[in-house]
Every structure is written in C-alpha cells, then in structure tokens.
Design a protein around this ligand. Structure first.
Ligand code: ADP
Ligand code: ZN
Length: 619
C-alpha cells in the first residue's frame, strides 16, 4: 500500500504532519533516522505506518513506558494493525497469545521494554521479519538528558545483532547536545536527522509570581470547568492541601503522589484517563503513564527543576492539537528548595553543581523575564522563534502572558530607573539581608529591624511604595535571573547582594528588561475550551451536538473498557459537530475517521449526527 493510502485508510488522515513522511520514507528506504518532534507532533505514526505501507513486515518498538504500552497497543489495533506488547506486567494468557501471533508471523507492531529486549533470543527469532527497530523516548539514553535510564545504554549492543534493520530513534525533547548523544549511543548509521520545530503553537503559556498558591490554582481550574487538567506541586503536603481545597470548592479532583496507596493511585489515574475525574493534583510522579489527549490545562503550583522538565510536563496539555493552557506560578524560594533537595545527600560534583545552577537560572529566567515564553522555550531547544517562514502578528505569539500583555514590559528608561532603585537598596544594605528585607525597605515598611539598622533613613526607603509588593518582589526575581543581583547562602539564610553587572547598571552601563504582572482580577479570562476556536473561515461547531457526541463516546468507551480518546479524539468530534455529516461517506471524510473506526463506530455516531440520542454501540 502507498503511504498516503495507508494514512487515510488506517488513521483517517489525509496529509502528513511535518517530517512524518520523511521519517516513514527513511524507514521504508532502509535508512536510520533521528526524529525529534514535540509532544502531539505525531511520532507514533512515523514507526507504525511502515508496518502497513511498502512491503509490510514487523516493526519493533522499544519503549520504557510499560504503563502506556497497553494503551498504545489498543490505539494501534483501533487503526487496524496487528499489535502486541511484551513486558513484565503481562498476564500469562495474553502473553501466550502474543507469542503465538508472533511465531505465526501475524504481528505487525511489537512493543517491548528495554529489559525484555536485552534478555533471551527474541531478536534472533524476529530478526528475519524485522523492517524497523524504533526506540521511543530516546533521550533516556543520554546522561545529558533529564531521564537517564542505564538499560538504554545496552540497546546498541542488542540492535547490533540485527544490523540489517534500519533504526529510528524518537523523542520529544532533546537539546542539540542530547541529539548527538542519542545518535552515538544508539549507533545510528549516518542517520537522517529529522528535527522538528519544538514550539507547540496550540499551547498558551502563562507565568506569574506566586502570591497565594491555592487561590491562584483555583482560579485557573475554575476557568476550565468540566475540562481535564493536571496541577503539579512540589511536595506531598501541597498536593494534599490543593486537592482538598479544590474538592471543597465542588471540583472533581484527586491527589496523586508516591505516598499514597498504590490502589488509590491507580484509581486516580484510571478515572482521569476515562474522564470520570477532571483534575489530578500531583507530584511529578504522575504523567509518564498518561496518554489522555484532551488535557486542556497544566498548572505548575511550584517551579519545576529545569526547562526540560517544564517542557515535558506542560507538554501533556493539548496533545490533540486543540488550544490548551500552561500556567506556571513562580517563586524564587522554589529554586532554593530544588538546590536543597539536590544537595541533601552531600555535595554535588562540581560539574553537576554547575549544570544544576544553569538549569535553575534558565527556568527562573523563563518564569520572570518579560520575554515571549514561546520564544524562550524554542531557543532553549536550539530553534529560532518564530520558525523561519512563519508569519507572526505584530503583537508577538499572542499565546503567552507577555505577548497578550497580561505581563506588561516597562519601557527601556522606566525599566532602567526602576532597576537602579532596587539595586541600590541591595547595595546600601550590603548583602547582609534576604530578599524580603530589601523589598520591605523599598516599600517603606516601618519594620522594627529596619529601624534598628537605620535603613529607614536610606534614600531608597519607601521609594517603590506605589508599585506594590507583588511587583517589587517580582522585580527582585527578574534582576536575579538577569544577573544583576544574586542570592547566596550564609549559614542557613539566603541573602541578596548586588553583582558587578548590577553595579555597572547603577552607573548606567548596560540595559535591563522589567515586566509587571497584571493584577489577578484584570487578568485575561480567555477560555481555551476546545470549541471556542474553530479555525478562521471554518464552520463553527454546534456546542450541543458536541456534548451529545461526547456522551456517546463515553458510553462506547465504557462498553469497550477503553479510554474515550481511543474511540475518537476531541478533534474528530469537533469536526463532526461542525460539518454534521449525514452519511457514512461524509463521515469518512472527517479527520481521524479511518476505515476500521468507521466500520465499528460509524452507525452509532451517525445516529447522533442525524438527530438521535446517544445510546452506545449495539453489541
Ligand atoms: P506524540 O507521540 O508525538 O506526542 P502522537 O503520536 O500521540 O504524538 O500523535 C498526537 C496526535 O496527533 C494523535 O491524536 C494522532 O492521532 C494525531 N496525528 C498524528 N498524525 C497525524 C496527521 N498526519 N494528521 C492529523 N493528526 C495526526
Ligand atoms: Zn509570546
């Protein structure tokens, strides 16, 4: 079968996403490739399609995410592929069935964990039928990445036993350094490097200083009533408190962290994936096993440890390509906590220490610099922003708090004068006090310690009173991330002092950028509901019909015991609700409706599309 035909008949899509075709053709042409595509970019198709296009054959997929494998197998079967997974959690029945299909030569797609691949002689058995060996989450092979897995280092040895099979390494996040490391460690042979642009244009990024964690989190959650979302917090205590607060406010929310009973955790995950639960409040332990494609928002109630972590965690929003929101509530104290956690078992090696400091600086800069968040992320992953050839409106990306002017940049002169005021307060207090003290001086607070130190006599005392505490605190953070101030530890206390660059700025040398976060009430109440944004010129989806289609999907998913997104993605439902197809023929034209799904679900959806009530599948 030709590639485009296979794309329509198995997946219901009429065109490839960027680099998918190149990846498929590499595989079919017997060439190695490195595929870096952002979350939602459509990586699975790159290795699945070769199994049904060309001459066909067996595609092996190595993945560390055992929790996801069964879902991926179900999704591939929905597309009409003969797929199986081999991993340690497999019950004996399904296991022998999988082996039977494998030895009968029926299997087209086989998922294995790295552990499973490394033992026994699986590779010798399947070697002759193998048309592609794909390694998913390939960044795990690199020490430089953020999820190093020692077993990944032994994959090259295994793959070398099937030298004829082309290799494909796939990942969502890899800096150029990590990309090189992947090619080296997996022994890719003159690979086609297919590096997609890392930007996720459907995500709205927002970053604000944290003042009131529960209140700020609740405000975002309320804006997304009835939609799926994830809230990440740093400690179990925070997770429990935030989840309880949301539940009290009548929101369907559950906590998820390593301290909870395994059954409770499994239930939260199951309920979330099956859309019986709207919000999961979690430590980062949650997410690796989550493939729900219609997560509409991800909130970070604390700052993550690096931009890689942020990209990965926030990337769980909007995998279906529809608008979704990612909000980060930043406080400089989070960075101190990360430092403390990293060092609590002893000092770090100097190289590790340096890279930790760099990571914290970068995430801090992302959170407080008044610079387009999409740009900061893209540049961090080695890509220019906007992407070459992309047209951008004068107002920037229009999907981050800076470009939407929810965080306003001060003009160059005002920024300089303001920065000089903050810096001189830090200079005059001689690096003997913490950030909170310096802020109190600038606000003119009549605190007893300030009087005792006679700092109420300083010229800068009360000089930024009118700006308010939120802005002044944020300016201190902004000056820290730009290197004009630094926080250092003295004994147990983090103290604030001016740097050489800061002193130079006070004398008018250099330039600085400062932003002011808009007060919370004035903040954009923009909805990112899947329905609110039909592309310009397209028919507007019928909201009521969409809800009925959603109900039908949930019924069918319940009947079949699979997550709703496996039946159809939100994108397909939105298109149905807009186009209102009335025949099987017309339904087949909807993106995401392939032959297999049409055959299985077509009638049930047509019933609703032609005005009937959802009643599930007739089985
Ligand atoms: P990734 O693994 O890169 O995060 P997935 O493989 O899960 O992405 O694909 C993300 C979504 O995009 C899925 O819903 C998938 O069905 C859809 N998709 C993939 N390829 C295409 C395409 N060519 N056209 C439209 N949608 C696609
Ligand atoms: Zn922007």
């Amino acid at each position: 079968m030709k590639t485009l035909e296979a794309l329509k008949s198995h997946w219901g899509y009429t065109s490839f996403r960027p680099l998918q075709q190149e990846a498929v053709e590499s595989a079919l042409g017997g060439k190695d490739s490195l595929v870096v595509l952002p979350t939602g970019g459509g990586k699975s198709l790159c290795y699945q399609l070769p199994a049904v296009a060309g001459k066909g054959g067996l595609v092996l997929v190595v993945s560390p995410l055992i929790a996801l494998m069964d879902d991926q197998v179900s999704a591939a079967r929905e597309a009409g592929l003969s797929a199986d997974a081999l991993h340690s959690n497999l019950a004996s029945g399904p296991k022998s069935e999988a082996y039977a299909r494998l030895s009968a030569g029926e299997t087209q797609l086989l998922y294995v964990s790295p552990e499973r691949l490394l033992v026994g002689d699986l590779l010798d058995d399947i070697g002759p039928r193998l048309i592609l060996a794909a390694v998913d989450e390939a960044h795990c092979v690199s020490h430089w990445g953020h999820e190093f897995r020692p077993e990944y280092r032994r994959l090259k040895e295994a793959l070398d036993r099937v030298p004829e099979a082309p290799r494909m390494a796939l990942t969502a996040t890899a800096t150029p350094e990590v990309q090189d490391d992947i090619c080296l460690q997996l022994g890719l042979r003159e690979p086609n490097r297919l590096i997609g642009h890392p930007d996720r244009p459907n995500l709205v990024y927002r970053a604000f200083p944290r003042r009131d964690q529960s209140g700020q989190v609740a405000e975002v959650v309320r804006r997304h009533e009835g939609e799926g979302g994830i809230v990440y917090a740093q400690t179990r205590k925070d997770v429990d408190r935030l989840a309880a607060g949301l539940r009290e406010a009548g929101i369907s929310a559950a906590a998820y962290h390593a301290g909870l009973d395994a059954d409770l955790r499994r239930k939260a995950q199951d309920d979330f994936v099956n859309e019986r639960l709207d919000v999961v409040v979690a430590t980062i332990a949650f997410g690796m096993g989550i493939d729900r494609s219609n997560v509409r928002y991800v909130v970070h109630a604390n700052t993550p440890r690096s931009l890689e972590h942020y990209q990965q965690e926030s990337g769980r929003a909007g995998r279906d390509g529809l608008p979704a929101e990612c909000v980060l509530f930043f406080s400089a104290s989070d960075l101190a906590t990360h430092r403390w956690l990293a060092q609590k078992d002893g000092n770090l090696a100097p190289e590790r220490q340096k890279s930790l400091e760099r990571q914290l600086r970068e995430i801090g800069r992302y959170a407080v610099a008044p610079i387009c968040r999409h740009r900061i992320l893209a540049e961090h992953f080695g890509a220019p922003y906007p992407a070459p050839g992309a047209v951008q409106e004068a107002g920037g990306c229009l999907c981050c708090d800076v470009c939407l002017e929810e965080t306003k940049s001060l003009g160059a002169d005002e920024a300089l004068v303001t920065a000089q005021k903050v810096l001189s307060a830090a200079w005059r207090t001689n690096g003997r006090f913490g950030a909170g003290y310096v802020v109190a001086v600038l606000l003119g607070k009549g605190d007893e310690r300030i009087q005792r130190n006679a700092h109420d006599a300083l010229q800068v005392f009360g000089i930024l009173k009118d700006a308010g505490e939120v802005a002044v605190r944020s300016w201190v953070d902004q000056l820290v991330v730009q290197g004009f101030l630094e926080v250092f530890e003295d004994g147990d206390y983090p103290l604030l002092r001016i740097t050489e660059a800061g002193k130079a700025l006070c004398k008018g040398e250099g330039s600085v950028r400062l932003g002011v976060p808009a007060p919370p009430t004035a903040r954009g109440k923009k909805k990112s509901k899947a329905l609110k944004k039909a592309p310009a010129g397209a028919a507007q989806p019928d909201e009521d019909l969409f809800e009925r289609l959603r109900r039908l999907r949930k019924m069918i998913a319940g009947q079949l015991g699979v997550p709703p997104y496996l039946v159809f993605h939100d994108t397909a439902l939105v298109e149905m609700a807009a186009q209102k197809p009335q025949t099987m023929e017309a339904l087949r034209a909807v993106k995401g409706v392939g032959d297999k799904k049409l055959e299985r679900y077509g009638r049930a959806f047509l019933t609703v599309l032609t005005g009937g009530e959802p009643s599930g599948l007739l089985i």
